[in-house]
Ligand binder design. Structure first.
Ligand SMILES: N[C@@H](CCC(=O)N[C@@H](CS)C(=O)NCC(=O)O)C(=O)O
Length: 217
């Protein structure tokens, strides 16, 4: 069965691959699973029809027969569980890969999201200038810790897994800020993720939504 995911009809990132449909597309590409995309206009996101799929009126969602999922983490987890290649067979290694998925979403993404909010949503508030360095400090603390753990390894725990997919997707959200480049170990790690053929196909597909031209290759 071909799953359908939702994505922004007009992504605020103008096709830079920062919206969370990107990580779902990437997982589907890694899994070799064809998929369809339903583009959701902003006006429709908070309407009952979309809220029936996603209680918070957001993207991405995932529909596969009777199954409807929301939350990019669980969607990627579902894809990784249903296909070979994104989670190791060994039970302990699998649990560790899942741990990295949670770490990406619960320990690394929140401060990065704070930066997006501090700049884009709260940038005009009188206290924004004071808050920004605090947010950046929290990000740097996390990146330093992650960088030390990764060391000179290619991926976080052995072979590339859904844990790396999620971590790289989260780190790439920092790219426009320039902060990722302060950590060459992590910049190199993210670049290895971006270099994967599946990432490139996913990126081209989401970019094609913005340019209106079909993804080539
Ligand atoms: N925790 C959710 C967050 C979903 C989310 O924030 N989606 C954004 C796009 S990346 C969105 O739909 N924003 C529009 C809105 O919240 O109105 C996930 O990981 O899927």
């Amino acid at each position: 069965m071909i799953p359908t995911i939702t994505a922004f009809e007009q992504s605020p990132d103008r096709g830079r691959g920062l919206a969370r449909d990107m990580r779902v597309r990437w997982a589907l590409e890694e899994a070799g699973q064809p998929y369809e995309v339903r583009l959701v206009p902003f006006g429709a996101m908070k309407e009952p029809a979309h809220r029936a799929l996603h209680p918070f009126g957001q993207i991405p969602t995932y529909e596969e027969g009777d199954l409807v999922l929301f939350e990019s983490g669980v969607i990627v987890f579902h894809i990784a569980q249903s296909h070979a290649g994104l989670l190791p067979d060994d039970a302990n290694a699998r649990a560790r890969a899942i741990t990295w998925m949670f770490a990406a979403l619960n320990s690394v993404e929140p401060p990065i999201l704070d930066l997006v909010i501090a700049k884009l949503v709260e940038g005009d508030k009188p206290w924004a200038k004071e808050r920004l360095p605090l947010v950046q400090e929290r990000i740097r603390a996390r990146l330093g810790e992650l960088s030390r753990r990764l060391g000179d390894a290619e991926w976080l725990d052995g072979a590339f897994s859904a844990g790396d997919l999620m971590m790289v997707a989260v780190l790439l959200r920092l790219k426009p800020s320039g902060m990722l480049d302060e950590y060459p170990t992590l910049a190199g790690y993210a670049a290895r993720g971006e270099a994967r053929a599946a990432y490139k196909r996913a990126f081209a597909a989401q970019l094609a939504v913005f340019t209106g031209k079909p993804a080539s290759g």
